[in-house]
Ligand binder design. Structure first.
Ligand code: F6P
Length: 325
């Protein structure tokens, strides 16, 4: 009987538990067994393996985080033998790895060393290549949009500029989607170099036209030639520049790790569930060394060398966002 061992690696994201549940339930439905590895790749190296049954995933669908725990531990060549021994000991047919872009590089290394692996894209950053969306992105965007809704009312009441810093690593997906869906008045992302004057002029124009407040969303990974590096983050640096240039009272909100928390949205639950089913179908068919991707409305299986490349934010959409500033 085939045995799947699931592990979550890298940063957690809402929908991880929905994906674990989907893999476990689908696997038992199709006469396979499932194990869980706790603490990501670190758990695989330290032999931290548990049995997962349909009952053990009961009630986890709406929960954020991951019941297996995760870590940013990754594998190098010297640890391959240990992993093979653990897999032999537990009679593991294949690893089912849920993780971020760096995790896809680790999966590539495993596959190159004859360790069968299938993966699901799990990250709020949405920066994994080959898939239109990653599990966790929609929930994080929803959190950002809700935060912007709240910030709007107090910004308007005080005629302030609110700078809101989002997560996203090296990409601006979260800032772009969160900004558009939350009605931002300007969005700043790493993919597009923007002049300070453009932001400042826009804030002035809004004020002159009677809108005395502005919400500026900035992605944490943004670097601009005119923006001083700040130990406390790009949001603080940008807020200072805006306040100095406009003379308007400016406040900064760093949304931080709340973007990674909370119950997954319906969209993330569906994506996680469907990707989990797809992964188990691939195991059943004997397919190995692929990541499940959702592309153009269809589930696909793609290679790790493609998946581990960075997917940068959509510049065309960024330009269109200006319509709503
Ligand atoms: O990759 C997800 C992410 O939340 C990024 O958006 C962020 O830059 C990073 O992880 C934060 O990592 P940590 O939780 O280790 O501080």
């Amino acid at each position: 009987m085939k045995r799947i061992a699931i592990l979550t690696a890298g940063a957690d994201a809402p929908g991880a538990n929905a994906a674990i549940r989907s893999i476990v339930r689908t696997a038992y439905y199709k006469d396979m067994e499932v194990l869980g590895v706790r603490g990501g790749f670190a758990g695989l190296l330290s032999d931290d393996v548990i049995i997962l049954t349909s009952k053990s995933v009961s009630g986890i669908l709406p929960r954020g985080g991951t019941i297996l725990g995760t870590s940013r531990t990754h594998i190098d060549e010297s640890q391959i033998q240990t992993i093979k021994e653990v897999m032999d000991r537990y009679r593991i047919t294949i690893l089912a790895v849920l993780g971020d872009r760096e995790t896809m590089s680790t999966c590539e290394l495993l596959s190159q060393n004859d360790i069968p692996v299938l993966a699901l894209p799990l990250t709020i950053d949405n920066d994994i290549n080959g898939t239109d969306e990653t599990i966790g992105f929609d929930t994080a965007v929803t959190t950002i949009a809700e935060a912007l809704d709240k910030l709007h009312t107090t910004a308007e009441a005080h005629h302030r500029v609110m700078v809101v810093e989002t997560m996203g690593g090296a990409t601006g997906w979260l800032a772009l989607y969160g900004g558009i869906s939350g009605g931002a008045d300007f969005i700043v992302i790493p993919e597009v170099e923007v002049e300070k004057e453009k932001i400042v002029d826009h804030i002035y124009r809004r004020r002159e036209s009677g809108r005395g407040f502005s919400i500026v969303v900035v992605a944490e990974g943004t670097k601009l030639p005119w923006l001083p590096q700040s130990e406390v983050g790009v949001g603080h640096a940008l807020a200072k520049e805006i306040q100095d240039a406009t003379g308007m009272e400016t406040r900064i909100t760093v949304l931080g790790h709340q973007q990674r928390g909370g119950s997954p949205t319906v969209q993330d639950r569906m994506l996680a569930t469907q990707m989990g089913i797809q992964l188990v179908n691939a195991v059943k068919e004997g397919t190995i060394n692929k990541m499940v991707a959702f592309s153009g409305g269809r589930m696909e299986l793609i290679n790790f060398d493609l998946a581990s490349q960075i997917k940068t934010a959509d510049k065309e959409l960024y330009n269109l966002a200006e319509i709503f500033y």
